[in-house]
Design a binder for this molecule. Structure first.
Ligand code: AMP
Length: 407
């Protein structure tokens, strides 16, 4: 495997595949891209070899085999083909690992079988992840493939944080518990924050706020997740772009019994027509900010509900952790929206949290502190990099397994 330091990261969705080729020798991104509208009459592939112009092609990709074939062709055109001896492994983003997969895992036939058994827990995501894995294994049967799970970082949560307070036997019979998601992001960002503070991950307690279209918070103590806001599915917790986050579960019963809505209709309501979109008709925080500037009442109320929920989680995780060294913002909203960051933390001086308005207003793509020098709790903005985290974890698995094969 010497000289093989590249990892292809694949994120296979039901109608799209995102990819990045990363060289682990120096962390350099060699190429990235996206295939969209797989299975439709016309799809699109956008491919960007680093340092060269982006290429875009429109054609039909009837299935994931065609889509990954197109990715392989694009990479080959740049001399980065899947047959390169420098390719060490393919790392797959896998959404739900259940309680079975708590670590990045080398893919075997048995692992694929076990992933299939987990489909009921993530019916929207896991089938596409499995298809991506199967097609990639056909393309390069000899190459190690590693599944990196969105749930894994949260798997070590204490049982009192992972269990819902419902009948234990019923919960266990249906694998109902809190799993948490965005794990690779929370792991990467909490580690990177420790680095920013000049400390080892074991030495710091961090509240990570991953605020993208999907959003979740986590409490990370000494590098381990002790609580997170998403649960059985990515619906629980914060207010998101189109998802409601926390609700009284009786709302579901009420909408069914009194509102006459079917389970599928309620599912669509809570996952796709709620959150910021449901509250004000927009789910992009930029547009919501613009409308608030114009005095739009619905946009303002949606923003206030979003921020109120966020502040409740910050307070809760402060209490869970006891000592907090940093609060860190990441993902689309967290990295780019100073108004959300300010509103989330304003008036928390007595908790030792002080945001510096000038630092908060500065835009930038690298990890940075936005707290005042006197703030006891540091406040940071740390861009997430799930692909790099997946590549690192994949490479580590491959190195461990090739080391254990040495005579
Ligand atoms: P993500 O899911 O991490 O890609 O985040 C996507 C979301 O980030 C979008 O829906 C926007 O709400 C938000 N976003 C992206 N850029 C900005 C920006 N400059 N200001 C505020 N929000 C932004």
């Amino acid at each position: 495997m010497s000289g093989a330091t590249r990892v292809l990261v694949l994120n296979s969705g039901s109608s799209s595949v995102k990819y990045q080729l990363i060289d682990m020798a120096d962390g350099a991104r060699l190429a990235s891209g996206l295939v969209e509208r797989i299975g439709e009459r016309q799809g699109r592939i956008k491919h960007e070899p680093t340092g060269h112009p982006q290429r875009e092609r429109y054609e039909a990709f009837p299935d994931h085999t065609a889509a990954l074939g197109a990715v392989a062709d694009e990479l080959a055109e740049d001399g980065l083909g899947l047959d390169s001896p420098r390719l060490a492994a393919i790392g797959h983003r896998a959404v739900h690992g259940g309680t079975r997969f708590t670590e990045p895992t080398l893919v075997t036939d048995e692992v694929v079988e076990q992933l299939r058994e987990l489909i009921p827990l993530a019916p929207l995501h896991n089938p596409a992840n499995i298809t991506g894995i199967e097609v990639a294994r056909k393309l390069r049967p000899d190459l190690p493939q590693v599944a990196v799970f969105d749930t894994a970082f949260h798997a070590g949560m204490p049982e009192y944080a992972a269990r819902y307070a419902i009948d234990k036997a019923t919960a266990d019979a249906h694998q109902v518990r809190r799993y948490g998601f965005h794990g690779t992001s929370h792991q990467y960002v909490s580690r990177r924050t420790a680095q920013l503070l000049g400390a080892s991950p074991e030495a710091v307690n961090v509240i990570v706020l991953h605020l993208g279209n999907g959003a979740s918070a986590s409490a990370v103590a000494g590098g381990r997740c002790v609580d997170t806001s998403m649960g059985l599915t990515p619906l629980e917790g914060l207010v998101m772009g189109t998802r409601s986050g926390d609700l009284d579960p009786a709302v579901v019963l009420h909408l069914h019994r009194v509102g006459g809505m079917s389970v599928d209709e309620i599912d669509a309501l809570l996952n796709r027509r709620s959150g910021m979109l449901g509250l004000c008709g927009d789910n992009d925080m930029r547009e919501i900010g613009r409308r608030m500037d114009e005095g739009d009442h619905d946009a303002r109320l949606a923003f206030d509900i979003y921020v109120h929920r966020l502040r409740k989680y910050i307070g809760a995780y402060y209490a869970v952790l006891g000592r907090v060294d940093a609060v860190v913002f990441t993902a689309g909203v967290g990295e780019n929206d100073p108004a959300v960051r300010e509103a989330a933390l304003t008036g928390m001086d007595s908790l030792g949290i002080e945001v510096d308005p000038v630092r908060n207003a500065v835009r930038g793509g690298s990890p940075r502190l936005i707290s005042t020098d006197s703030s006891r709790v540091k406040v940071a903005v740390v861009p997430t990099d799930e692909e790099l985290e997946i590549a690192q974890q994949t490479f580590a698995v491959v190195r461990r397994s090739s080391a254990s094969e040495q005579p």
